[in-house]
Ligand binder design. Structure first.
Ligand code: NAD
Length: 250
């Protein structure tokens, strides 16, 4: 399709999961896609799937973020997907863990937006899409203390950017997924199996039991929402947090 024809887009953490599905989805929708990840070897096969360029980018590295932005020049769409799920309560979260999670999940977005927004402002406008979560200001999820705090911060950051630049044609929205079948989710389910002393199959049953829809999302379903937010179809949508969770936060 051509929903994103003429759009120059950049996706962080495009190596796997939601970021990867988004990079592929953007390309299928006709965009020029720059796929980035801290682990660039994970991007190698994306060229065959229509992605224009693969670039190593560690979003916790300020100098690297600015260097990539300077090299690329103006983009129309910035999709911030990088994020890490720490498991535990406040008692499991020392200050090093707190700082690490806020750096990777929140300050990374501050970095990429500071780096890419100036060139975006120099053109007709742009769309910034930030990956938050249902686990945020929307929902308290057990054993997701600092993760929820970071994803709530993402929503605040998103609204602040939207308010400051609405007159400049810049839109900024947050996507709040429920549970999505990604490589890191497979890892968390394996951890849960160990914790419950159960099989992987039983751990999956436990996860699905918590889901009113009886299933988790496929990353492509989140990518479809990102395509909408990247496209001009969502021209009047800014500053929102859009929940996509099969009814989990209800
Ligand atoms: P994932 O956790 O499976 O993969 C993460 C990717 O991020 C990897 O390719 C990794 O190399 C990359 N990465 C890690 N550190 C990086 C860094 N410093 N710089 C650049 N890239 C880095 O992916 P996922 O589960 O699809 O999660 C993507 C985003 O969606 C995250 O922000 C996550 O919090 C959010 N999210 C996921 C779910 C879920 O159930 N999977 C639910 C809600 C929100």
């Amino acid at each position: 399709s051509d929903r994103l024809a003429g759009k120059r887009t950049l996706v962080t953490a495009a190596g796997q999961g939601i970021g990867r599905a988004t990079a592929i989805g953007f390309a299928e929708a006709g965009a020029e896609v720059i796929a980035t990840d801290v682990a660039p070897e994970q991007l190698e096969d994306l060229a065959a799937l229509g992605v224009a360029r693969c670039v190593a980018l560690d979003v916790t590295d300020t100098a690297e973020t600015y260097a990539v932005a300077e090299d690329l020049g103006a983009i129309d769409v910035l999709c911030n997907c990088a994020g890490y799920v720490h498991r535990g309560t406040v008692l499991d979260c020392d200050e090093i863990t707190w700082d690490y999670c806020f750096d990777l999940n929140v300050k990374s977005m501050h970095r990429t937006i500071r780096a890419f927004l100036p060139a975006m402002l120099g053109q007709e406008g742009g769309s910034i899409i930030n990956m938050s979560s249902g686990t945020s200001s929307i929902r308290g999820t057990p054993a997701r203390y600092v993760y929820g705090a970071t994803k709530a911060a993402v929503i605040g950051l998103t609204k602040a950017i939207a308010a400051d630049f609405v007159k400049d044609g810049i839109r900024c929205n947050a996507i709040c997924p429920g549970i999505v079948r990604t490589p890191s989710l497979e890892g968390r389910v394996a951890e849960l199996a160990v914790e419950l002393g159960a099989s992987i199959e039983d751990a999956w049953a436990h996860v699905l039991d918590s889901q009113p829809s009886g299933r988790v999302a496929d990353p492509e379903e989140i990518a479809d929402l990102a395509i909408y937010l990247a496209s001009d179809e969502s021209a009047f949508v800014t500053g929102t947090e859009i929940v996509i969770d099969g009814g989990w936060v209800l």
